[in-house]
Design a protein around this ligand. Structure first.
Ligand SMILES: *Cc1c(COP(=O)(O)O)cnc(C)c1O
Length: 382
């Protein structure tokens, strides 16, 4: 009886699941998330009930967290005293970063490039923070000459982006780092997307500048495992240069096993962390490099086909993100959706975006391209 009821509930869920677009079938070409790698699913399930908000109850899970933190710190060239706050994703990590910068400086203004993620709007609203924007140059990266003029005695932090959400561009973090060091201002690097791309690319592409803790002006870095890390949602980290800073965003926790807790979350699952560590251990640096190179290869392949069609790009891509100019993004998007294909609309650039995630294979591109071309012809784009 019990099983019958369960089966009924679950088969009803299957109906809903079928309504969703799917990574594995290649429907989704405009997401920064991907299908978790197989080992991630297994590891996730086995740590489903572990709560890292109460670490003495789950010392084994805590070890998994520690190991993952040290891998990520290593990937970001973190100094000896650095650590990570593990959370739900880039938004939470950005909130933690600005919370920390505000507490360290006791100031209430931040400076972000115009390309900053919308999470900074939430931060402004949540934390009574004023945002000053810095314009972009012709390459859609932060105009450093304007940055210096905007820093003043109220500046709590400067934000640079390593892999912008819309165009995958990388701000000139070395120059920004020098300025922040000179001015003694906290520099937060938002590498939510780029954090699991750039380290694996540097060997192949030589003109990608430094963006991590190797630069002494960098104070903190956001990096998402549930994007290019191939892990399961929700998992992102805020890496910080000095673990002593955690005190500034910690509170006493009277009834659980730890004495203090830093950051936003209390109860949080070890599942996503186990998933992310499992992926990292399986792939290693070489495995990730191979995946990133495949994504870049697919991006270049698509770029050529798009140009052959007579379309233009918003900007020459740096990472595995392609922004294609179209006159009517919403029309193109609707037509593609009718064919079961999902890309993003970017009205401010009059463009659509494709993100070349690991599930976006050459096969799925070869399915997309003829459909896209036909739509462009029908709607007068080409
Ligand atoms: C995706 C993204 C975020 C937000 O991350 P979530 O995990 O969706 O909360 C923040 N910054 C950048 C640059 C991003 O690409």
């Amino acid at each position: 009886m019990k099983n019958e009821k369960q089966n009924k509930i679950l088969s009803e869920f299957e109906k809903y699941k079928k309504m969703d677009f799917s990574f594995s079938k290649g429907d989704i070409l405009g997401s920064m998330c991907t299908e978790p790698f197989p080992i991630a699913k297994k590891a996730y399930i086995s740590f489903l009930e572990s709560n890292l908000g109460d670490p003495e109850l789950f010392p084994g899970s805590k070890k998994i967290e520690e190991e993952y933190i040290s891998l990520v710190i290593n990937l970001l060239n973190g100094p000896k005293n650095s650590t990570c706050i593990i959370g739900s994703g880039g938004t939470e990590s950005n909130i933690n970063a600005i919370w920390l910068a505000k507490k360290l400086s006791e100031k209430k203004e931040i400076i972000v490039p115009e390309s900053a993620h919308f999470s900074f709007q939430k931060i402004a609203s949540l934390m009574d923070i004023k945002i000053k924007s810095v314009e972009l140059d012709d390459n859609y990266i932060m105009k450093v000459s304007s940055l210096r003029r905007k820093i003043n005695k109220n500046t709590a932090a400067v934000v640079g982006i390593a892999g912008t959400t819309e165009l995958g561009k990388i701000d000139p973090i070395p120059e920004i780092s020098d300025i922040c060091k000179d001015e003694n201002v906290f520099l937060h690097v938002d590498a939510a997307f780029g954090g699991f791309v750039i380290p694996f690319l540097k060997k192949q592409i030589y003109n990608i500048p430094e963006y991590d803790f190797k630069l002494s002006g960098v104070s903190s870095i956001t990096i998402d495992s549930h994007k290019m890390g191939g892990a399961a949602i929700p998992l992102g980290m805020l890496a910080i240069r000095d673990k002593n800073w955690l005190e500034k965003i910690s509170v006493d926790t009277p009834y659980i096993s730890s004495k203090v807790q830093a950051g936003i979350l209390a109860t949080r699952s070890a599942g996503p962390i186990a998933a992310a560590l499992a992926v990292y251990k399986e792939l290693g640096f070489e495995g990730y490099s191979k995946i990133v190179e495949d994504c870049m290869q697919n991006m270049r392949y698509t770029k050529e086909k798009i140009i052959d069609m007579g379309l233009e790009l918003v900007v020459e891509p740096t990472l595995n993100v392609l922004a294609i100019k179209v006159k009517k993004p919403s029309v193109i998007l609707n037509e593609l959706t009718k064919k079961g294909l999902k890309v993003n609309r970017m009205d401010r650039y009059s463009a659509i975006r494709i993100v070349f995630m690991p599930h976006v294979t050459k096969k799925s591109i070869d399915r997309f391209l003829p459909v896209f071309k036909k739509i462009c012809k029908k709607t007068g784009e080409i």
